[in-house]
Structure formats: C-alpha cells, structure tokens
Design a protein around this ligand. Structure first.
Ligand code: KIV
Length: 291
C-alpha cells in the first residue's frame, strides 16, 4: 500500500484549512523550530503549524528563562525557519517587552516579524490588556494566536512554572481570558499547563482551534518543543513532555567518535582528501622552494 500523503496534505496550511481541521475534528499538529534544519525536519514530518517560540531563549540561546530574548534574536531565528518551510503555517512568538506597552508597540513589533522574517502570524501571551494588543494586531491585518494558562513570560507573577487553573477562581480566570482573546479575533489559542478537565469544559465555548501543551487530550491539537520531544536537551522537561527520540545522546556519541578518530589519527582517510596531478605537484614543489 502506498504511504504517499494525500494531495491536500502537500498544500500549504492556511487559516481556512486550519478552521476546517477544527470543524472536521482532525487533530492539529504544532511543533516549535528555531533554525533551518529543525524547520526542514518539521516540514518533512508534515506538521501543520510551526511555532518559532520564545522558548528559543532556553533551548537554543542558553538563557535561564524566555524573558531576555530580543526581537532581533527571534526575527533572525524566524527568518531561518521560514527558509526551511514549504507547507506548515509559521507563527512567531512576540518576545517579552515587545508588545505590552501599547497597541502601537504591539502592531509595530508584529509588522517586523511579518516583513523581516516572513511570519504568517504572531503569538502573544496572556489576557487583560493583552486582549487589546491582540485586537490591535488583528485589526492591522496580522493573524494572532493567543496563549493562556501557564504563560512563561510572566511566570514570576504566576508564582513560578506551575500548572494554572487548579481551583475554580483560577480556572474561571483562564476561561475569561480565552473567551476574550477569541472575541478579539485570535485565529487560535495555546492552552498551556491547565487541568484536562478544565480544558474539556472550556472546549465547549471555543470556536477557534485550541492547541494544547499540558492541557490534556480534548484540545484540537497539540504542541511540543522540538528539543524536548527529540531529547535534544540535557534536561528532563515538564510533566507534559513525551520523548520521541534521544538526539542529544546520539550527537554526543557522534562527536565523541569523531574526537577519538582525530586523536588516533584514524580521520581523515584517503576518501576524505583531495588529489593533485603529480606534474602539478612537482612544479609546485620547485616553485615553493624558489619562493
Ligand atoms: O515558546 C514556546 O515554545 C511556546 C510553546 C510552549 C507553546 O510558547
């Protein structure tokens, strides 16, 4: 039997197709990517959405949280991902401090991601005033994905990196933020680290696609961080992470084997070297001596 994907799956993902996935109950797959090779992997694997997450701060730039990453850094990574994608829809995170101050700031930053990195959409975190920021960006013609529950950019204010909505008041706050972002025109939302039962209740009110991460199985889709799912990190990750590979171990094995070969003079071998015509070599030697 052929394993070729259906023709539709080779067409670029669009907002109408995404809405159609929700309507048909087809699970939506999102993964993060931060550079050209990870984008090529996501593309070849046939995912629907690629998020250039500000998790780049932790997983590729070595910061201890997502807070320090700059607009310029995320634009550079987003542009590299863009060059690697053919069919997935690309969403770029707006970094902390680049959209909260005013609608004008939010629109100007979102426009940079679209113009300079080719983002299809941007994502921002939180409710409250961020609902106005989302609405302003949508009104400027740029699709916005919202993000509620655990919002890492403001994790300190939330009491740390922990699940949200675990009592009735807190769950209601998540619900109000989600509904306000939907009403503001977001095309989709991320639900991060909220109890499965709370997500399940919320799904009845959500008309736009909901992508979960640590939000249980009832959401329309799932997202995981590329490095977490492939084991391309030394850290175990959050409760919701499932590992589908051990890339880090394999990379350490490969680089160690290379180091051993160099130290034992086993690399390079003849097939890794270039030749020169013997006459040219003799001429070169003579002229080198005379030089
Ligand atoms: O930055 C990120 O990777 C994210 C996902 C966890 C949704 O926001």
């Amino acid at each position: 039997m052929s394993s070729a994907p259906p023709v539709l799956d080779t067409l670029p993902m669009t907002l109408p197709r995404l809405a159609e996935c929700k309507r048909l109950g087809e699970p939506i797959v999102m993964v993060t990517a931060y550079d050209h090779p990870s984008a090529r992997v996501a593309d070849a694997a046939g995912v629907d959405l690629v998020l250039v997450g500000d998790s780049a701060a932790n997983v590729v730039l070595g910061y201890s949280s997502t807070v320090p990453v700059s607009v310029d850094e995320l634009i550079m990574l987003s542009a590299a991902v863009r060059r690697g994608l053919k069919t997935p829809f690309m969403v770029s995170d707006l970094p902390f401090g680049s959209y909260e101050a005013s609608d004008a700031q939010a629109v100007a930053t979102a426009q940079r991601f679209v113009k300079e990195a080719g983002a299809d959409a941007v994502k921002l975190e939180g409710g409250g005033k961020m609902v106005d920021r989302a609405r302003a960006i949508v009104e400027a013609g740029i699709p916005v994905m919202g993000h509620v529950g655990l919002t890492p950019q403001t994790a300190t204010a939330l009491g740390g990196y922990k699940a949200q909505g675990r009592n009735a008041d807190a769950a209601l706050r998540v619900a109000e933020e989600a509904m306000a972002l939907q009403e503001a025109g977001c095309f989709a939302l991320v639900f991060e680290a909220i109890p499965s039962a709370v997500s399940e209740e919320l799904m009845y009110a959500m008309e736009i696609p909901i992508i979960g991460i640590g939000a249980g199985p009832s959401t329309d889709g799932q997202v995981l961080v590329f490095h977490d799912l492939l084991g391309y990190t030394e850290f175990g990750g959050a409760r919701f992470v499932k590992r589908y590979g051990d890339v880090m171990d394999e990379m350490v094995r490969g680089v160690s084997a290379y180091a051993e070969d160099v130290r034992a003079r086993r690399y390079p071998e003849p097939e890794h070297t270039y030749s020169i015509d013997p006459g040219e070599l003799a001429d070169f030697r003579t002229r080198l001596k005379a030089a």
